[in-house]
Design a protein around this ligand. Structure first.
Ligand code: FWO
Ligand code: ZN
Length: 389
């Protein structure tokens, strides 16, 4: 497979300018002002005049095997379809389990990750679910990370939430330590994603761990940090000290009324507050449930997260909140690639994986998505010469 993308405005995510980008097999082969192919080689040419080229997006929090269940069996959410992912420009996902670590399993999560890889995108998973002790495949966090290629860390472990296991300081510390050792032994991130709920205890336990143990702050990834204003304020402080914060893009209007901070605005505020943008990621919580609870903790409504909400927030950040393109796109490309140590991902660099998104330079709407050199989404507006399946 050879694809030559002509004349694109390239954000690697750093702005490179107008470039031709040559993809051969599943890699980025050449990036330069002009790439000419000669000889009888058969290739596909995409005219990217008036298009912007981004690295394929990385969604680091997706319930790919389904989630939910907080309101009973009929509220379990469906597993994801590959088109739900690629139409949002996402070419790499990190899958996870959530509240339901009983009817959902690590075996099922891993099988779904392998299915999506067979269908053409790149997948990784976190071991565990909300619960402590951690639900693993091999019975050990460290063994899961060392011996199962797709397992890169632990998550999403719930804290400060009426659905969490009320884990102790010692339990949480041991989990991060085991994940970290697993990561060191297998050259993986060894991170622990923490689901932070609405309780006023927020990330207190994580701050105590950073303060009172030798565990490096970068192994800890609190997510949903935009779910209410207090947590978001705390997140700004935490990120300023070098901590990573992840913002969740899936939402419903009711949550914004109740104080959730919209991701596109949250990013603008973080930049204005001087938070290093490298410490910020966005993820969709796709196929996760978005449950609403009453005062007694009973489910009164439940929706399903969408992977397509991820790029929608990037688009709003750029077009509505006037966040510089590079900063917005970093949060779903080079930042997660660095934080989760996803080699060859998240940037437009020769030798990196051929994960590409082409968007219209005026509307910023997605027009083409290429994953590992294979065209997954192609808008009719794109001119193509040559043949592609
Ligand atoms: C969030 C995943 C939540 C599942 O608090 O954590 O429930 O297991 O599928 N979703 N519980 C959604 C808010 C961030 C809006 C999950 C869900
Ligand atoms: Zn969660």
């Amino acid at each position: 497979m050879i694809t030559l993308i002509k004349n694109a405005e390239v954000y690697a995510p750093k702005y490179l300018g107008r470039r031709d980008v040559l993809l051969t097999a599943d890699k980025i082969c050449k990036i330069s002002e002009v790439v000419e192919l000669s000889g009888s080689v058969e290739y596909t040419e995409i005219d990217a005049t008036g298009k912007i080229l981004f690295p394929g997006f990385i969604d680091s929090h997706v319930h790919i095997a389904g989630g939910g269940g907080e309101g009973g069996f009929n509220t379990r959410t469906p597993e994801i379809m590959i088109s739900d992912i690629t139409q949002g420009g996402v070419t790499t996902v990190i899958g996870c389990l959530g509240t339901d670590g009983t009817t959902r399993s690590m075996a099922n999560l891993l099988a779904k990750a392998k299915a999506l890889e067979e269908e053409g995108i790149t997948t990784f998973v976190n071991t565990g679910s909300y619960q402590v002790p951690v639900l693993t495949l091999t019975g050990s966090i460290t063994d899961d990370i060392v011996f199962i290629d797709k397992i890169i860390g632990v998550g999403e472990i719930a804290i400060s939430d009426h659905r969490c296991s009320q884990p102790s300081f010692e339990e949480i510390t041991r989990i991060i330590s085991e994940a970290r050792i697993g990561g060191m032994l297998s050259k993986k991130a060894g991170t622990v994603n923490f689901h932070v709920g609405d309780s006023p205890r927020m990330i207190d336990i994580l701050e105590q761990i950073v303060e009172n143990t030798e565990i490096p702050i970068k192994n800890i990834i609190p997510t949903h940090m935009n779910r209410n204003e207090f947590l978001f304020e705390k997140g700004i402080e935490y990120a300023k000290t070098g901590g990573i914060i992840d913002l969740t893009t899936s939402s419903i209007p009711r949550f914004f009324e109740e104080g959730e901070v919209k991701c596109s605005s949250a990013l603008k505020i973080l930049i204005e507050e001087g938070v290093p943008v490298e410490n910020v990621t966005m993820s969709s919580d796709g196929q996760g449930s978005l449950p609403e609870f009453d005062e007694q903790g009973r489910v009164v409504g439940i929706s399903v997260g969408k992977v397509t909400s991820l790029y929608k927030e990037i688009q709003d950040a750029i077009l509505v909140d006037k966040v510089p393109v590079e900063y917005a796109v970093m949060t779903v490309t080079s930042n997660p690639a660095a934080i989760y140590r996803l080699r060859g991902k998240g940037s437009i660099i020769e030798g990196f994986d051929a994960d590409i998104v082409l968007v219209n330079a005026d509307t910023f709407d997605i027009e083409t998505v290429i994953s590992k050199g294979r065209i997954m989404v192609m808008d009719k507006a794109v001119t193509v010469r040559g043949t592609f399946e």
